[in-house]
Design a protein around this ligand. Structure first.
Ligand code: GLA
Length: 389
């Protein structure tokens, strides 16, 4: 049961009912971290937390943005172009509007109300969720004719060019194409994907929010993207490749001498080995070998901590505790890192015990409590029946 009756909240703001309601989920990534922008394989799932958007057209030619998560409201008249304005949340929908206009679509004024139940800055893709729900709604309301894949690419472009984060395509893809109880095996080079059964057997997926707001995440993220580019350029002296993930670990060993900067070398090693791990993880999942899958999760975390250097004391504490609990198959940070969330595969009947114990361990080490959720894997973006409550 949601905390709000969204239709009532919409009425309070705009003195009318919303015509349409949409929902886009957030995501977790089971494995394959920081490799989407290197043409790698990733394994995200949509989750049942996400962003709701209620909307009605208006005759005033004005876009009005409100959110139940943020105090700041925003409104702008329909104009030809928009630019990013500070760091407010409404830049995400404005960026999407700007993209529709740039593509030549005729839009009209809208009254909009957003509500997200994804914890903000938790690395569960609240930004992709808000971009995609807006793009999906505008496409529907103004019959813009974009395919779902177009909406994914458009939303990624908003993130890269309007917001200024050089992210890959994984998040927008996962929140658009996610399917209930399936993980997406996505090839980020070709964009081919398969929705595979996320049959976790006796395990459930726990999400542990470190409650450490992600700091410096954007600049550090762009720095990693740049380091990967440097590694690729160095390898291209001898190899005919377009992405770091075009080679496997064995071939990397033969050519790694080309990378002279030791930091860049570590980044490339993570990327290429992580891509190999995803292939092994896919086999383990298909064979219901959750122990193996869990070991690969731990290995992924180690590599993100030591080679890619995007973890931190908080995420490490969650994984450290998980490793001592025999009812946990594996755990790792998920998403960009620098705070945010970890995930763990926990035996279902011990979830409450795990939740309590990881909270105690984390709190004694870090000084404040994490939030622990048992997550369900849900569907991608879509239209909702209007009575949202
Ligand atoms: C963020 C980005 C994604 C991806 C992950 C790390 O979530 O938006 O494109 O790079 O970090 O795997």
């Amino acid at each position: 049961m949601m905390k709000y009756n969204l239709q009532q909240e919409f009425y309070k703001l705009y003195k009318k009912e919303a015509d349409n309601a949409y929902f886009s989920p957030g995501r977790v990534n089971l494995i394959g971290e920081h490799i989407d922008y290197n043409g790698g394989l990733v394994m995200p799932c949509a989750i049942t937390f996400g962003t709701y958007l209620l909307v009605s057209p208006n005759e005033d030619g004005i876009f009005r943005f409100s959110s139940l998560n943020f105090e700041d409201k925003y409104e702008v008249p329909l104009q030809q172009h928009y630019q990013k304005n500070g760091n407010g949340w409404f830049n995400f929908p404005i960026g999407v509007i700007e993209h529709f206009l740039k593509d030549g679509h005729e839009l009209g004024g809208l009254d909009m109300l957003y509500f997200g139940d994804i914890p903000i800055s938790s690395g569960l893709s609240s930004s992709a969720s808000i971009e995609v729900v807006t793009a999906y709604a505008l496409n529907d309301l103004f019959s813009a004719g974009y395919s779902k894949l177009d909406l994914v690419k458009l939303s990624k472009s908003v993130e890269n060019n309007f917001i200024g984060v050089n992210s890959g395509i994984m998040d927008q893809f996962a929140v658009t194409f996610g399917e209930k109880n399936k993980a997406l095996m996505l090839n980020c080079d070709t964009l081919d994907y398969q929705a595979v059964d996320s049959n976790l057997g006796e395990y459930v997926l726990a999400i542990i929010n470190t409650n450490k707001p992600r700091q410096l995440a954007e600049s550090k993220y762009n720095e990693r993207v740049q380091e990967c580019k440097e590694a690729l350029t160095a390898l291209q002296q001898e190899l005919n490749i377009n992405h770091l993930c075009d080679i496997d670990s064995a071939s990397f060993e033969k050519h790694q001498h080309l990378i002279t900067n030791p930091v860049v070398l570590k980044r490339a090693k993570h990327v290429i080995e992580e891509n190999d791990r995803v292939k092994l993880a896919a086999k383990a999942l298909a064979g219901n070998n959750l122990d193996k899958f869990g070991r690969l999760m731990y290995a992924s975390h180690d590599s993100l901590r030591d080679l890619y250097e995007v973890s931190g004391a908080e995420l490490d504490a969650v994984v450290e505790y998980s490793q001592t609990n025999p009812n946990v198959a594996g755990a790792r940070m998920t998403g960009a890192g620098f705070g945010g969330c970890a995930i763990a595969l926990v035996k279902g009947d011990t979830f409450d015990e795990y939740s309590k114990a990881v909270t105690e361990y984390y709190t004694s080490k870090i000084g404040y409590a994490p939030s622990v959720y048992s997550s369900s894997i849900g569907n991608g973006v879509g239209l909702l029946s209007v009575a949202v409550n």
